[in-house]
Ligand binder design. Structure first.
Ligand code: OOB
Length: 519
C-alpha cells in the first residue's frame, strides 16, 4: 500500500486493473513511447519555438537528472508554478521521470496559498516564475523549502542521467491537484499515474483526438481541465500538438488559432463570452477550429447556442472536477442536449448517484446532490483524515457539493451548488478561507463571503464585515492582499453591517445577505 493517498479497496483496484482501466503505465513511459514512434513531430509550439516529441523527452530527461543532482528524490513533493510555455511540460515530465510529485499551483497564487502548499505537502522544492511577485513568495517560503528555483533555472539544470533511479511505478502518486474547496484551507488532491492516465486516455477517446489534433492551451495549464480533460496530456497521448497561449485574450488566442491551424481548445464560460463578443464584433474567421470545450462553470443554454454560429466550431460542454469525474457532451448528442446539459461521465465505469439530503437516491429529472466514485476519482484528500470523513461516504463516494439533475440518457444538468464556494469565472473561492482571513483583522469581528451573479464572470464575491472601526472597502481589500492571497480571491464588493443575519439553527443566513445586495 502506498501511504501517500487513500487507496481504492483491494478488490476494486484488482477489477480496475483487470478491465484495463489502470493500464500500468506512467506518463514518462507514455512520452518516450511517442518519441520513439514519431520523435520529429511537433509536441509543443509557442511563439518562440517548436519542440518535437524527441526534444521534449531529451530536455525533460536532462532536467530530471539535474534535479536529481540537486538532491530531489522520488516521492518528494515539488510546488510548481509556471506560465503557459514550453518549460512547463519539460518540467512536468522531468518530475514524472524522477518520480517527484508536482503540486499543481496556479500562477495567480501568492504567499498565503504557496506557503500553505509548501508546509502541508512538506515540499522539498518550490519552482516558480521569475519576477518580483514570485520573488516575494520565494522569500516567504525560504526557511522551510530546501530547494528553490525559477522555472528557467530548473529547466537549464543538467546532471548525470545514469544516476537516476528507475521511473516510478504506476500505482505511485503522480501529482497533487488543487481543490476548489469549501473549507478554511485548500485541499490537495492525490492523483496516481494509474488513475490520471486513465482519465487522460478516456478523455482523448471521448474527444476523438488524433495525431492531427492541434490544441490551444489557453487556460492556465496546471488546472485539471487544460492538463487532462483531455488537455495537454491527452493531446500528447494522442500524438497531436499543443500550442501554448501566453494569455487567453481573444487577440492572442485568435491569432494563434489562425497561425497554427488549431483544431480544438478549452475555455471557461467567462472567457467563452469574451471570445464570442470579440468574434461578433470583428467577424473573425477561424476555419481550422473544430471544437470549443467550455467548462469549469455553468454555461447558459443561450450562450451555448451562439458558439457554432459565431466561432464556426462545435461546442462541447465539460463538467469536471480535479477530484476525478469529468462529464462531456458527445459529438453525436442532439443539439438540445449539448446546449442544456453539462454532459455525461467520460467512462461507463464512473458511478454516479443523485441523492437527497439524507443520501437517498432521487428519480431522474429531480434535483439532488451528486455523489461519484470510479477508477479516476480519489477516495480521499491528501493528509486530511478528518475532512475525508465528511467529503466521502463510507462506501467511497465523493460528495461533489454540486446539485444536478440527471436525464434518462445519463446526462447531467448542473442546477446549483451545496458547497459554500464562489465560482468566479471558473476560479473557485472557498468562502470559509476568505472569512477566516477577514476575521484575522483586529477590527473585523465577523465576516461572510457570498456569491453575487455577474453577467461577465458568472459570479463575483461580496464580503460582509461586522467591524468596530472606521474601515473602508479599500482598506479591507488591501489587508487581504497583504495577507498574500491570490488576486481572484480578493472580494469584488465589501459591505459593512451591524450584524450578520442568522438562520433558526444559528448559521449565517447567506441567502438573506445575497438578497440584500439585489434590493
Ligand atoms: C473543474 O475543476 P475544479 O476542480 O476547478 O472545479 C470543480 C467544480 C465542480 O464541482 C463544479 O462545482 C464546477 O467546478 N464546475 C461546473 C462545471 N465544470 C465545473 N459547474 C457547472 N458547469 C460546469 N460545466 O472546474 C474542471 C475540471 C476538469 C474539467 C473541467 C472542469
Amino acid at each position: 500500500m502506498n501511504p501517500s493517498y487513500t487507496p481504492w479497496p483491494e478488490d476494486t483496484a484488482t477489477e480496475y486493473r483487470e478491465r484495463g482501466y489502470w493500464a500500468g503505465q506512467g506518463f514518462w513511459e507514455l512520452l518516450t513511447e511517442r518519441a520513439d514512434d514519431h520523435g520529429e513531430r511537433p509536441a509543443i509550439v509557442t511563439d518562440a519555438e517548436t519542440v518535437t516529441y524527441r526534444a521534449l523527452t531529451d530536455r525533460a530527461a536532462a532536467c530530471a537528472a539535474g534535479l536529481h543532482a540537486r538532491g530531489l528524490r522520488p516521492g518528494d513533493r515539488v510546488v510548481v508554478q509556471a506560465a503557459n510555455d514550453a518549460d512547463y511540460p519539460v518540467l512536468l515530465f522531468a518530475l514524472f521521470r524522477l518520480g517527484a510529485v508536482p503540486v499543481c499551483a496556479l500562477p495567480a497564487h501568492r504567499e498565503a496559498e504557496i506557503g500553505y502548499f509548501c508546509s502541508h505537502a512538506e515540499a522539498a522544492a518550490y519552482i516558480r516564475p521569475g519576477g518580483p511577485d514570485h520573488d516575494r513568495v520565494d522569500a516567504a517560503v525560504a526557511s522551510e523549502v530546501p530547494l528553490r528555483l525559477t522555472v528557467a533555472e530548473a529547466v537549464a539544470l543538467k546532471g548525470d542521467g545514469s544516476a537516476l533511479p528507475e521511473p516510478p511505478r504506476s500505482d505511485a502518486l503522480a501529482l497533487l491537484q488543487l481543490s476548489g474547496g469549501s473549507t478554511g484551507v485548500p485541499k490537495l488532491i492525490p492523483r496516481t499515474y494509474d488513475d490520471y492516465h486513465y482519465s487522460v486516455r478516456i478523455a482523448a477517446e471521448v474527444c476523438e483526438l488524433g495525431s492531427s489534433t492541434v490544441y490551444l492551451c489557453a487556460l492556465p495549464v496546471a488546472h485539471n481541465f487544460p492538463l487532462s480533460s483531455p488537455g495537454l496530456l491527452g493531446v500528447l497521448y494522442a500524438g497531436g500538438t499543443v500550442v501554448m497561449a501566453p494569455d487567453p485574450s481573444p487577440d492572442t488566442a485568435f491569432r494563434l488559432i489562425r497561425e497554427h491551424d488549431v483544431t480544438m481548445t478549452a475555455v471557461v464560460p467567462a472567457l467563452a463570452l469574451l471570445w464570442l463578443k470579440s468574434a461578433e464584433a470583428r467577424r473573425v474567421e477561424l476555419p481550422s477550429l473544430d471544437v470549443l470545450q467550455v467548462g469549469g462553470a455553468r454555461l447558459g443554454a443561450e450562450d451555448a447556442a451562439r458558439v457554432a454560429p459565431l466561432l464556426g466550431a462545435r461546442l462541447q460542454q465539460v463538467f469536471g472536477m480535479a477530484e476525478g469525474l469529468v462529464c462531456y457532451t458527445r459529438f453525436d448528442d442532439p443539439q438540445e442536449t449539448v446546449f442544456e446539459t453539462q454532459g455525461r461521465p467520460a467512462s461507463d465505469s464512473d458511478e454516479v448517484l443523485v441523492v437527497d439530503d439524507a443520501d437517498r437516491p432521487v428519480p431522474d429529472g429531480q434535483d439532488g446532490h451528486l455523489l461519484t466514485r470510479g477508477p479516476y476519482t480519489i477516495r480521499g484528500y491528501y493528509r486530511a483524515d478528518d475532512h475525508n470523513t465528511r467529503a466521502f461516504t463510507t462506501d467511497g463516494y465523493y460528495r461533489t457539493g454540486d446539485i444536478v439533475r440527471r436525464h434518462p440518457t445519463g446526462h447531467l444538468t448542473v442546477t446549483g451548488r451545496a458547497k459554500d464556494q464562489i465560482n468566479r469565472a471558473g476560479e473557485k473561492i472557498a468562502a470559509a478561507e476568505i472569512e477566516d482571513h477577514l476575521r484575522g483583522h483586529p477590527s473585523i469581528h465577523d465576516a461572510a463571503l457570498v456569491a453575487v451573479p455577474d453577467p461577465a464572470l458568472g459570479e463575483r464575491s461580496a464580503a460582509f464585515c461586522v467591524t468596530d472601526g472606521a474601515l473602508t472597502a479599500k482598506g479591507v481589500r488591501a489587508y487581504l492582499r497583504g495577507r498574500g492571497l491570490a488576486a481572484y480571491k480578493i472580494p469584488d464588493l465589501v459591505r459593512f453591517v451591524e450584524s450578520l443575519p442568522r438562520t433558526p439553527v444559528g448559521k449565517i443566513d447567506k441567502l438573506q445577505l445575497k438578497a440584500s445586495l439585489e434590493s
